[in-house]
Design a protein around this ligand. Structure first.
Ligand code: NAP
Length: 244
């Protein structure tokens, strides 16, 4: 794998304490990146930092907190700059009873905090004259779903927002890449519900994500064959879909 143009690059991974984000942070560090790692679980950040103490700068914070953007500013200062921001934090639950607290928790992170972080990144990279924002959305954003309504809707919001940012960057002739990563099932605590298939190990998902980031892709499905499911979801008529 060729990572030479990334040498001494600086990245932040939001949601690095577990799952896909943790694997992405490790891969970046192994490829010469200095990586700012965040998430709420401080002990897991410390454990990750121990794996490569000189590569990682850790800062535990809640992305939905009022102080989150100040903490992100501080983390980037400690890192000494930023070339790549990966947003891997996300939440969602199966919610048959439509409990508002569950839907709201999902929206606070996947919509409200996402919007703030995406806007912060766009402004930072615009000012700097270059940079890349990569967000782990989901194949769930393609259609609504009766089991996790806010989750799918929030991922649709992310996909749509990222498309808007990509258009804005192009329109303003900015040297900026907006990468929308849409996984199918990945074997983490987020893969919920029955009937899972094509479940990818997080390491494999992370490798494909890094390759897509490196190639400055706009949209990528992880693993690759989920592109087929995405296409089927898009063309499935609603009179069939609503009965599923
Ligand atoms: N696994 C799948 O099948 C799958 C499929 C499609 C898309 N995705 C997406 O992939 C992304 C990563 O999920 P994952 O599968 O790697 O699951 P995960 O292991 O549960 O990772 C979620 C990450 O989000 C962080 N997070 C949650 N709430 C946060 C908050 N309020 N502030 C800051 N960080 C927060 C968690 O850290 P703390 O708890 O320490 O804060 C954790 O690092 C998510 O956006 C998810 O929607 C996953």
């Amino acid at each position: 794998m060729v990572f030479y143009f990334w040498h001494m690059g600086k990245a932040v991974v939001i949601g690095a304490t577990s799952g896909i984000g943790r694997e992405l942070a490790l891969l970046l560090s192994q490829n010469g990146y200095r990586v700012g790692i965040t998430g709420r679980r401080e002990a897991l950040l410390a454990e990750l930092k121990d794996q490569a103490p000189t590569s990682f700068v850790a800062a535990a914070f809640d992305a939905t907190a009022a102080t989150a953007m100040t903490q992100l500013d501080d983390l980037v200062s400690k890192l000494g700059g930023l070339d790549l921001l990966i947003l891997s934090s996300g939440t969602g639950d199966i919610n048959h009873e439509l409990h508002y607290a569950i839907e709201n928790r999902t929206n606070q992170l996947n919509v409200v905090a996402f919007t703030q972080i995406a806007g912060w990144s766009f402004s930072y990279f615009k000012k700097q004259g270059r940079g890349q924002l990569a967000v782990i959305s989901s194949i769930a954003g393609i259609r609504g779903n009766r089991m996790g309504l806010a989750y799918n809707a929030s991922k649709a919001y992310q996909i749509n927002y990222l498309e808007g940012l990509r258009q804005k960057a192009t329109h303003e002739k900015l040297n900026m890449t907006i990468t929308d990563i849409r996984p199918g099932f990945v074997d983490t605590s987020m893969a919920k519900g029955e009937g899972k298939f094509w479940v990818a190990p997080p390491k494999k998902a992370a490798r494909q994500i890094i390759r897509a980031i490196e190639r400055k892709k706009g949209i990528v499905y992880v693993t690759k064959r989920w592109q087929i499911i995405a296409l089927l979801l898009k063309i499935l008529p609603s009179w069939i879909y609503k009965r599923m």
